[in-house]
Structures are given as C-alpha cells and as structure tokens.
Design a binder for this molecule. Structure first.
Ligand code: ZN
Length: 132
C-alpha cells in the first residue's frame, strides 16, 4: 500500500453533511460525483494530502443505505492507494484476506477499486485503489 488515499464516511443527507464537514475541516467540498452502478453520490474534501469521501445512497438498495440501516452514519471504509490493483488484490487474497470483488471495478474519482471484507481485516472495510 502506497498511502492512505481517503476515508469514506457514510452520510444520510449529503447537503447537510457537506455543510457540517466544511465547518469542521475549514474547506469546501471540491467535487461531487455520482457512481451510478453503486447507487452512491460522493462528495470530496481535501485535508492535507488525504481526502474525505462523503457517501450518500441514491436508492434503498445501495450498499450505503444498507450500511446506515445497520450501523448508522459514520466511518465506512479506509482506502489505500496501490501501484497495481490487480497485483494487490491477488497478493492480499494469497495472504488470506477475503476479497469482496473478484476483479477490480470502476469507482469514483477516476480510480479502479477493490474491497477487502471486514471479516478478514479486523472489522474495517478496506478499499484498495489505483489511479486510472
Ligand atoms: Zn472510497
């Protein structure tokens, strides 16, 4: 893993969360992006060289809707940047981690992403991402 790339935070109301995090971080969201395939709308903040990714569901089938239903709002995942997502996914599977995605998929922010199951990572959902 090269570095912590972003922290994903599940929120119910993206407008309200953007206001809250603007006040908290003293900076405004610099972009919103819809990830249609995931049923998610994202909003990004930059803090130093780490991003905060707010995630709101666009429908009730969205993984974010299900997460909030179960656990409420809050930290959803940690995302680490990797050089080569295919290789990283393979290595982590070899090392015994459980991959949620068999192959990497397209995520927000022009990245290929793959998730590791919290069951295998001490209850933290871990995203690996590679800049496209
Ligand atoms: Zn993410």
């Amino acid at each position: 893993m090269k570095k912590l790339e972003h922290i994903g935070i599940a929120v119910k109301d993206l407008d309200a969360a953007e206001l809250l995090y603007s006040k908290l971080l003293n900076t405004n969201s610099y972009k919103r992006e819809l990830v249609e395939s995931e049923g998610v709308i994202t909003s990004f903040f930059m803090v130093g060289n780490v991003k905060i990714e707010l995630l709101a569901a666009t429908n009730s089938e969205s993984p974010i809707a299900k997460f909030i239903e179960k656990k409420g709002e809050g930290i959803h995942h940690l995302a680490f940047e990797v050089e080569d997502i295919q290789k990283a996914l393979h290595e982590k599977k070899e090392a015994g981690f459980i991959a949620i995605n068999g192959t990497p998929k397209e995520g927000a922010d022009n990245k290929s992403i793959a998730f590791l199951h919290p069951k295998s990572t001490g209850s933290v959902l871990v995203e690996m991402c590679q800049e496209n």
